[in-house]
Design a protein around this ligand. Structure first.
Ligand code: DGY
Length: 327
């Protein structure tokens, strides 16, 4: 008998066709987000699930799905999965590292430029029919070229952002838990700085660090107070890394100059205070959303799922300790 797999959100036909070669597949092509209670019901009798970053996997869910052997997220971030709970329940958890690195790095540069050059504010003015022709002093922005850019979080994506910014002749500072080897720093032309120093020195701060209890409100009122008044803050990491309420206050008071956000606390609900600000560029968590990259993310999750249920050793396993348990 074929094993059963649930796909919790809409995916590509190719992904479903690939999964169907191996499993009996139930999918949610209508793309309505399941509530935790509904997800538990739909997971009954399933051997594995392809999930998105909008699905919370924790003790409460797993205790209601005893047959589940794997949860394969089509995301690189995995703060929605309680790995300890997965291990306790003997469930393998996987993510999709690598395949979205370049697209997220491209988008980080895109959001930085849009924010520095006031792109959405300019477009809104045009659409309102308020443009009276070019004025020397109108809609003046900031330059990315030759700016001091601080990158917080310097894993795969942070390092590719640094490579992109070399083309803008930016001076790059970075901070991360594990400092790079000196040769790698030289190769990337980047300098390590402690968090507070980076915030003080940077014209632009880009956040691309994982969301964990330690990085909750990594940028709050204190940190915003350390930044230059002319600074720009970009968040392509996760909501919750920035204290949205503190950011709203800082942008209102022009404590920093502008911000660009792709992620929010309490997604998909946005604090109405964000919507009222003109010195803020907003996008709906689309940093990885290029067609080829989203295809690759879905296929990576599907391959993880096939490996989990056949060899029991998926390539992007997040909780390797679960295998020891099974041995
Ligand atoms: C990721 O892969 O983590 C993206 O943010 C999509 O959730």
């Amino acid at each position: 008998m074929k094993k059963k797999v649930l796909v919790t959100r809409a995916v590509f036909d190719e992904t479903l066709a690939y999964l169907a070669q191996h499993f009996e597949v139930a999918s949610n092509q209508a793309d309505e987000k399941y509530s935790p209670a509904e997800l538990a019901v739909r997971l009954k009798g399933m051997d594995a699930a392809l999930i998105s970053s909008t699905d919370r996997v924790d003790d409460s869910l797993l205790s209601r799905c005893p047959g589940l052997k794997a949860v394969c997220s089509f995301s690189v971030g995995y703060n929605h999965i309680d790995l300890g709970a997965c291990t306790r329940h003997g469930v393998m958890a996987t993510n999709t590292p690598g395949v979205l690195t370049d697209s997220v790095a491209d988008f980080a540069v895109c959001l930085t430029l849009a924010t520095c050059r006031r792109l959405t504010e300019s477009e809104a003015m045009l659409r309102r029919g308020e443009w009276k022709g070019t004025h020397l002093k109108e809609l003046l922005g900031m330059d990315l070229h030759h700016a001091a850019v601080g990158i917080c979080g310097f894993g795969r994506i942070g390092q590719v952002i640094a490579r992109r910014l070399k083309g803008f002749e930016a001076r790059i500072l970075y901070c991360t838990r594990h400092r790079l080897a000196p040769e790698r720093e030289r190769e990337l032309s980047v300098a390590f700085a402690a968090k507070d120093e980076l915030l003080r020195q940077s014209d632009i701060v880009i956040l691309i660090l994982p969301y964990t209890p330690e990085t909750h409100h990594y940028i709050g009122a204190r940190e915003l107070g350390l930044m230059k008044r002319s600074a720009v803050l970009i968040n392509v990491a996760r909501g919750g890394v920035v204290d949205d309420a503190a950011l709203i206050e800082a942008l209102k008071a022009r404590r920093i100059w502008a911000a660009g956000l792709d992620v929010y606390e309490n997604e998909p609900k946005l604090d109405p205070g964000l919507l009222a600000l003109t010195n803020l560029v907003l996008s709906p968590h689309i940093a990885s959303a290029s067609e080829p990259t989203r295809q690759a993310m879905a296929m990576t999750a599907a391959r993880n799922c096939v490996a989990a249920l056949t060899t029991g050793d998926p390539p992007n396993l997040l909780n390797a300790d679960v295998l020891k348990q099974k041995a």
